[in-house]
Design a protein around this ligand. Structure first.
Ligand code: BES
Ligand code: ZN
Length: 849
């Protein structure tokens, strides 16, 4: 990549720090425009480093004073930090700096949100708080004193002294600076407690703004479930006297695992039946678990450097997925994770932003908190577990925790524990960490004399900087079904290690139908010629829920592509297969809802590209709509029955069974509303007593073209609830219509629209970017609008701007006119004076492809 933007950092250049830190004392005198931060830090030379260059990171700080061992020093200061002559022996550094949290709109470092002070330090935000070696392999014990008149003052670890105007905290566990946190404000708590396996009582709190205390109970229950689960499944206990969670309205991400003081986007904590959907509840449960699980996978064992990010994120996503599977439905969790992986990670792997699970270089690390590092990183762990087996996985994890507790570790360390546990050579497996791109696996089958042979061929397309790829280890779980639908070969794991490889099954009395990639055993694209009759057969009979669903999905994709490419009519056999699925009362309603959901417009665009065609977003939208209309017509009676049969009586509960019933009823409602002018949806809207039912009804009304009154009513009802209003913005920005860009422009003029709140900005522009027909409208209005707003947002909040640039990552898919318009927009963004390094790197990578 052209380096317009700043220094590129390389994994191969890693060098240990010159100095280590034993102790940190911080004192914060809080004031919105002029917070003073005093630091007292015990440094000692690192025996593992030859360098004695003393460098401390620091950005946007005003240095007031600096002292080494009691003697004032005058450091040399640059935009990135300071250097200063330092002893070749242990010494004490004392400094005072001034910062202005009220002016911090980037939401990184110490900032303010609704009068509350809070921090976000991962990845490299601590350097905006004070001068420090802000790298994860420098771990230290922190003691913090906060001075202000605010009633609640929190930091990491256990509480120490406090009194009027001050509070002290001490965290006994050595940690990198990115896990530091401070919160101060007028907050109220929802308390709880947990007794660990070894009998230690832990105080729990969820801290929120006054008025939100009624929306904390679900998060608290989720936390307790997570603590219990980590003890039972991974043998991991909590290790402090207190665990605090704080909800913040202005937050770039979902949540952050600061030691003992997790900070959450309020959208990822606050829940009530009236204001939160089933999907919100499920997400909150998962994200509470995720951040809690980081206490071991991330905090006790952290990353040596940011290239190792998947060490903590991939593993913690894998753990939170296991947790959700245990709390809810394992098949439904797996299928929704695969949909998400294909929609976000395969999309990334297919374009200019493709990078390995462990990247080898970056300009701005914030740009690498990606679907590849997270979701593919979790898939890699899932493959490893399948390859070594559950028992060996458990042993390897025990060894990992034992060997690396207190370490800043690497992927090499991680793989070594598996090697030492199993004796397995993992050198080929390691390619999953270094090679970008989604492997394509073509499969052919032969049948002869009772022997069934599967021949696999793997290849991975070139990705930026990686033209050629070596064959990887690909675990492929396979089962076989007999002609009557019975399973004749239960799930067995094939290990594909070569570019081309065959596996045989003998002693079969009839040609079987293979069920391949059960449970989605590897993050690959399986390319198999198959008939729709066979797909319908697998949809009806496969015992593996993932492959069962996948058969229906392949069928839908094929039917839609034939409609798109050959002008075919909606396929009767497909509609018949859906009717059969709807009629099968043994199925989980959430599963049925997933079978009824068609591939997204973005999936279809990618499928067309894979078939060598140029996608037309408008036509894709129309064809998909035609299919939905056909489904509504052909399935009207069974949909109506499903709708009636899955009404959940009694008060709302967010549990998996009730949510599953609502998922199917609301899927049916969406389809039925295409035919009744929205009557059923209006009735549901009028009687809804929970947000899942209300929002689904509103969405169905919009689809039926009858949503105007409900939109106004919804706004009037919820204008004072910021999280619900995000849904109101989002629904409209996502609604496909030829004038979608105009709708979005109008939404930005709404008095409640603000660029300063990332949730609100994403509600509008994140939703619009997913609105394929609207965003990619042939006029180019969508591109220009997005460009205008990204330029505006970049001045305030580079991180959120850079993340939203990924809306453009698929631009090479489209026709020359669209490509020209997008290129113009990208060039317009990258030529902005003073553009952030974050956004410049993203646009640079997208353009360079
Ligand atoms: N450590 C991250 C939060 C983070 C991300 C900090 C990027 C700084 C930069 C946290 O553990 C995380 O991964 N959060 C996710 C949610 C999670 C359920 C995958 C998030 O915020 O989206
Ligand atoms: Zn995480």
């Amino acid at each position: 990549m052209k380096d317009l933007t700043g220094k590129t950092i390389y994994l191969k250049d890693y060098a240990p720090p010159a100095y280590l830190v034993d102790e940190v004392h911080l004192t914060f005198a809080l004031a919105p425009e002029a917070t003073r931060v005093k630091s007292r830090i015990r440094f000692r030379p690192n025996p593992d480093s030859a360098s004695r260059d003393f460098f401390l990171h620091g950005e946007e700080l005003t240095l007031i004073s600096a002292v080494i061992d009691g003697a004032p020093v005058t450091p040399k200061i640059t935009e990135e930090g300071l250097t200063c002559p330092a002893p070749d022996a242990p010494f004490t550094w004392e400094a005072e700096v001034e910062i202005a949290p009220a002016r911090n709109t980037a939401l990184e470092g110490l900032y303010m949100s609704n009068g509350m002070y809070c921090t976000q330090c991962e990845a490299e935000g601590f350097r905006k708080i004070t001068y420090y070696p802000d790298r994860p392999d420098v771990m230290s014990v922190f003691t913090v004193r906060i001075e202000s008149d605010l009633p609640v003052m929190l930091s990491n670890g256990n509480p120490g002294d406090s009194g009027p105007g001050f509070a002290e905290w001490h965290d006994p566990w050595p940690k990198p600076a990115y896990l530091f946190a401070l919160v101060a404000g007028e907050l109220v708590n929802h308390p709880g407690s947990f007794t660990t396996n070894s009998g230690k009582d832990v105080e729990l709190n969820v801290w929120v703004r006054p008025g939100d205390e009624g929306k904390c109970a679900f998060a608290m229950e989720s936390l307790k479930k997570s603590m219990k689960w980590d003890e039972e499944v991974y043998g991991r206990e909590y290790d402090l006297d207190i665990f605090n969670i704080v909800a913040v309205d202005d937050f770039n991400m979902g949540a952050m695992e600061n030691k003992g003081l997790n900070i959450f986007n309020s959208a990822a904590v606050l829940a009530s039946p009236e204001t939160s959907t089933d999907a919100n509840f499920e997400r909150i449960e998962a994200i509470i678990a995720h951040e809690y699980f980081h206490n071991w996978t991330g905090n006790r064992i952290t990353c040596r450097d940011w290239f190792q990010l998947c060490l903590k994120e991939g593993l913690t996503v894998f753990r939170d997925a296991q947790f959700t599977a245990d709390m809810r439905s394992e098949p439904v969790k797996r299928i929704t994770d695969v949909i998400d992986l294909r929609g976000r990670q395969f999309r990334e792997d297919n374009g200019p932003l493709a990078h390995p699970v462990r990247p080898e270089s970056f300009v701005e690390i914030n740009n690498f908190y990606t679907a590849t590092v997270y979701e593919k990183g979790a898939e890699v762990i899932g493959m490893l577990k399948r390859l070594v087996g559950d028992e060996a996985y458990a042993k390897a994890l025990d060894l990992y925790f034992e060997r690396h507790d207190g370490d800043a570790a690497t992927i090499e360390d991680w793989l070594q524990v598996f090697k030492d546990t199993t004796g397995r050579d993992l050198s080929q497996f390691k390619l999953w960490y270094s090679q970008a791109g989604t492997p394509r696996v073509a499969v052919e089958e032969t049948w002869e004399d009772g022997t069934f042979t599967l021949t696999f061929r793997q290849s991975t397309p070139p990705t930026p900087g990686q033209p050629d790829k070596a064959p990887r280890v690909i675990p492929i779980a396979v089962g076989l079904l007999g002609p009557n639908g019975d399973e004749v070969q239960e799930t067995t794991l094939l290990e594909l290690t070569q570019a081309e490889q065959s596996f045989t099954f003998t002693g079969l009395s009839a040609r079987p139908v293979p069920s391949i990639l059960r449970g989605f055993s590897a993050p690959v694209i399986l390319d198999r010629q198959s008939s729709n009759a066979e797909r319908a057969f697998l949809l009806a009979h496969d015992t593996d829920p993932f492959c069962k669903w996948e058969a229906g999905r392949a069928l839908a994709r094929d039917v839609l592509l034939r409609m798109l490419n050959d002008g075919a009519a909606p396929d009767r056999d497909f509609l018949g297969a859906l009717a059969a699925t709807l009629a099968d009362e043994s199925l989980d309603p959430a599963f049925v809802a997933l079978v009824l959901a068609l591939p997204s417009e973005d999936d279809l665009a990618q499928a067309q590209v894979d078939a060598g065609r140029v996608p037309d977003p408008q036509r894709i939208h129309e064809v998909r709509e035609a299919m939905l209309d056909a489904m509504a017509e052909a399935l009207e009676a069974p949909l109506r029955r499903a709708y009636d049969a899955h009404q959940v009586p009694g008060p709302y509960s967010p549990d998996a069974d009730a949510a599953a019933a609502r998922a199917l009823a609301n899927t049916a409602l969406m389809l039925l509303s295409r035919r009744d002018g929205g009557a059923l949806a209006q009735a549901q809207y009028d009687r809804a007593d929970n947000m899942t039912q209300q929002l689904a009804a509103l969405s169905a009304l919009l689809t039926a073209g009858a949503g105007d009154d409900a939109l106004r009513a919804f706004e009037a009802q919820w204008k004072d609830d910021r999280l619900v209003m995000d849904k109101w913005f989002s629904l409209q920005a996502a609604h496909a219509a030829p004038d979608a860009a105009a709708t979005v422009a109008r939404l930005t003029e709404h008095p409640a629209f603000t660029m300063k709140n990332p949730n609100r900005f994403r509600a509008v522009f994140g939703a619009f970017a997913m609105n394929q027909a609207g965003f990619h409208h042939a006029s180019g209005d969508g591109y220009r609008l997005m460009g205008d707003w990204l330029i505006r947002l970049d001045r305030l909040n580079p991180q959120t701007t850079a993340r939203m640039c990924s809306a453009f990552q698929t631009w090479r898919r489209y026709d020359a006119d669209r490509q020209d318009m997008i290129r113009d927009t990208l060039r317009r963004i990258i030529s902005v004076d003073g553009l952030s390094r974050d956004t410049a790197e993203m646009i640079g990578r997208i353009l360079d492809a």
